[in-house]
Design a protein around this ligand. Structure first.
Ligand code: HEC
Length: 212
């Protein structure tokens, strides 16, 4: 059971979605539960394959853009392609799946966390601070009306590559700083150091309808 310790603090009943969740979800009470062991196997297997594919896809796009035109070009590629690439990865799976990257310090306002995501982000941050390591994932079962959803959260640490665009602005060249300022006037996602917790990939899909 110790293996499951990171699931326990997430038992929250009657959570209300807020923030930038889809309109029809607003103000609907939902129940959040810890997955049982068979659900946990299903959530981690599928969730991890989706999150891993997204990470690989985005990393490849960033590296290719850096090679082609340096970090300023790569920022522009992230700006215009990160969300379409994320949707493209979602479209490669046999079932509908919703993927999002989010953080407590966001760059793109479209990546703002909802209330459940915020709670998981704070949890990961606290774990890293207090234990020096990040749990490998968080899994949740969410019941809303007659629909049962699974959520999988994969944490991401700041690697040297990430510092190019998420590190101390003082270490960035002037063109890069200016581009970031122009595209993201309210950017919160700089000043990170290697090893910091940067955010999560959150994967969500419908597990069952009509038998909850
Ligand atoms: C070439 C510059 C660049 C590099 C390198 C880069 N990012 Fe980003 N990152 C961006 C931009 C621009 C955005 C905002 C656009 C988007 O992705 O939605 C962003 C957004 C994000 C987000 C979504 C949350 C938010 O703040 O909007 C996460 C999470 C993230 N980056 C993590 C990373 C990690 C982890 C790495 C290293 C593996 C990394 N980034 C490397 C430019 C970069």
């Amino acid at each position: 059971m110790r293996m499951l310790q990171w699931l326990v603090p997430l038992l929250v009943i009657g959570w209300v979605f807020s923030g930038c969740e889809k309109k029809e979800r607003e103000h609907l009470a939902v129940k959040v539960m810890v997955p049982d062991s068979s659900e946990q196997v299903a959530i981690t297997a599928f969730g991890d394959s989706v999150a891993t594919m997204l990470m690989k896809t985005l990393k490849k796009a960033v590296l290719e853009a850096m090679e082609a035109g340096g970090p300023v070009n790569a920022i522009q590629v992230c700006n215009t392609k990160a969300l379409p690439l994320t949707r493209g990865v979602a479209g490669r799976f046999e079932r509908p799946v919703d993927i999002k990257r989010t953080s407590t310090r966001i760059r793109n306002p479209e990546n703002q966390p909802d209330s459940l995501e915020k709670q998981v982000l704070v949890y990961f941050e606290k774990q890293l601070r207090e234990t020096g390591t990040l749990p490998p994932y968080v899994a949740q079962v969410i019941v809303k009306g007659d629909t049962r959803y699974y959520r999988y959260y994969k944490p991401m640490k700041v690697a040297p590559l990430c510092l190019t665009c998420h590190g101390d602005p003082k270490n960035m060249g002037e063109p890069l700083r200016e581009t970031l300022k122009r595209l993201y006037p309210r950017d919160q996602a700089t000043g990170y150091q290697e090893g910091d917790f940067r955010g999560v990939i959150r994967v969500e899909w419908v597990a069952a309808v009509g038998k909850n």
